[in-house]
Design a protein around this ligand. Sequence first.
Ligand code: NAG
Length: 371
Amino acid sequence: MVTRMSPTLHDPSVSKMFCILLALPLGSVFTKDFKALCTTCRQITHNFDKGLEKTVKQNFGGGNTAWEERKLSKYESSEIRLVEILEGLCDSSSFECNHMVEEHEEHFETWWFKRKAKHPDLFKWFCIDSIKMCCPKGSFGPDCNTCIGGLERPCHGNGKCDGDGTRDGNGKCSCDKGYEGEFCLDCSDGFFSELRNDTFSLCKECHESCVGCFGGTRNDCKDCSKGWEKDQEGACIDINECLKDPLPCKDDQYCLNTDGSFSCKACNTKCSGCKGPGADSCLTCAVGYKDEGGTCTDVNECEQSEAVCIKEHQECFNTDGSFTCQCTTGFQEQDGVCVKLQEQAEENPDLPAINSEDSQTPDSPDKHEDL
Ligand SMILES: *[C@@H]1O[C@H](CO)[C@@H](O)[C@H](O)[C@H]1NC(C)=O
């Protein structure tokens, strides 16, 4: 029989933690948060199972001599192995875990030496039946009362039973989306009942066009949602807001009808008014663009018969939708006129060379093929 405590609890850092925690208002252990206690217990037994796995072949040298085999089978159910597993049950920082293991250590020994074979599920034996920190699935509260709907299908499979699986809670159902009522058998607003008897209920969502319904299609609506209206057959159909008078969007927008609604989208910048996206859906072209085969395209102002850059030494540069007038190479704008640069170009080699000679020199080192 093991009479001493798990070595973890002799760890000085744990003892220190213990003292600090005792000085503080204590959490779940003393206020009895039974949900948290069950979670802790579940974690402990989970770690026990992991410890079992980890120590399966711990003391096995890999040989197959009779001596090795004997040693292994002895280790399998040994106190040494149990202590090794107990050491790994808790993080040293978890007060609740260490406290629970310390308080119930003799249970692990009992199970290990006497109960393991008959009760292989440690969680059930330890957390539910022995220290009563948890309840079987589908039951709740101090006495593990059965949840509404029974152990197999708490809340009739349509919700969560308060305290399910713990010694906590009141067993009330919080229903999943689409279900309501004490038993989670009724359908919420916007849902209809597809199947129903005393113990089973299947609720499905109404069609998006409905406010309340008797079935799943647009033909089963009690009333139509906003943006939908009944047709002659009584089905809810989408209202096309884009056909309304006055039009619902601004002049530089087009209207996009959607199911139950609509949206206004900005026209292409090449358009002045439009009936869709893109430069080919313009009502008219914006200033600086002209209709070319149904698509609004940039006007090249620099190629118009009438020159647009008329000052001396000025050059025209076309831009998308417009143009600019700039002084030609060697000239610089000063007070609105282009004046000749004084030797500056030669003194400043960093100035970008825009003259046409560069790109046409046959032996230019920077040919374009590697670009
Ligand atoms: C209720 O309906 C479910 C699903 O159709 C079925 O499995 C169950 O046997 C029914 N129960 C009763 C009492 O009729």
